[in-house]
Ligand binder design. Sequence first.
Ligand code: AMP
Ligand code: GLY
Length: 418
Amino acid sequence: MKVLVVGGGGREHTLVWKLSLSPKVEKIYCAPGNAGIAKMADIVDIKDDDIEGLVKFAKEKQIDLTVVGPEVPLVLGITDRFEKEGLKVFGPNKKCAQLEGSKAFAKDFMIRHDIPTAKYKEYDDVKQAIDDIGVFGFPMVIKADGLAAGKGVIIAQDEQEALEALNMIMEERKFGEAGSKVVIEEFLEGIEASILCFVDGETIVPMVSAQDYKKAFDGDKGPNTGGMGTYSPSCIYDKDIKEKVEKEILKPLIKGLKDDGLDYKGVIFIGLMIKDGQPKVLEFNVRFGDPETQVVLTRLETDLVEIVESILDKKLKAQEIKWSDKKSVCVVLASGGYPEKYENGKIIEGLEKVEDCIIFHAGTKLQDDNIVTNGGRVLGVVAVKDTMKEAREAAYKNVDKINFDGKQYRKDIGKVAL
Ligand code: AMP
Ligand code: GLY
């Protein structure tokens, strides 16, 4: 079959890699892709939010299956559009994608279906939001309702910071229309874990757990990023928590989707905060996580195409899904200055010296004969080994071999699991 992957980051490189291992796949296209993806797929110069361009391409090339990586096309309704044309597509429809596209929608869903989450209130009037500063005490969690590329969450430590955040989101519209509404939440303490699940509308099956490192610097210091690294399995996600998540979160989630007429087919990502053995949901994402996918799919032994097909046929319940017991770690190499200002176009050297690891490209492109940086997160160095210690050693050994001007990374990815 011919497969099209939509997106061009580390998650999509991992998806292309995993799909390419399937005996069912003859050819893969990726739009827009990156320099790493170009080694295993035909990259196509169409942006991930150009839905009409993607439909046209899929029809022209008679694509058998399209797998959507990022949230933006899903929230824009790429699935509905492809299905209307009779094209097979993997990812939830527009109605379901609101679980990520609107924080207020997601919170309302959770409360109605008794899914444990932080208390919240929503506002479309800035004055009312300001009046309510501190309703749940401090720190105060303020979220732009719509998509803001992971940057729309502000943890205000006091009244002044809350006021600045509300003005920035709702008045200055730093995140555009995403800030026409805000959600204010109770601050939850604890340790975070990411649980990605396969869903076919009837059945929900969790994948192996992962932990993401969102802060830019070692020891969880500095600003929030898209994710500076991950490891799997998460060391706090034990049997008890797993059972609790299945009973208190996954069960009401799948029932809630059905009760609300949300025919959810794809992957749902559950961001959890865990404290004293009690998991609560921080957020839903309607797609694979980045860089969670890099450590989760490298542990998946089953053919991903088989799983995708059983989801589209609503036969997930009968689908066998096998995971390796190995441990995986992904260290992200980012551009100097990320997540603030950074420069692109730095030549990446040493990729040919890598051994014992998989490199998933995120922000890279081919320029003349060089691979150069082309984004905040540049590469993910992934190692899969019998122990976390070996996985970390292999990953960091290779991190040292790769160089580009300004290279920035965390040295403590997965350390907590030793
Ligand atoms: P979200 O995009 O909603 O997952 O928020 C991004 C990050 O902000 C999360 O991964 C947490 O680190 C933090 N966060 C979000 N909501 C809360 C909350 N209610 N309490 C504490 N931290 C939060
Ligand atoms: N790693 C977090 C996300 O994909 O949103």
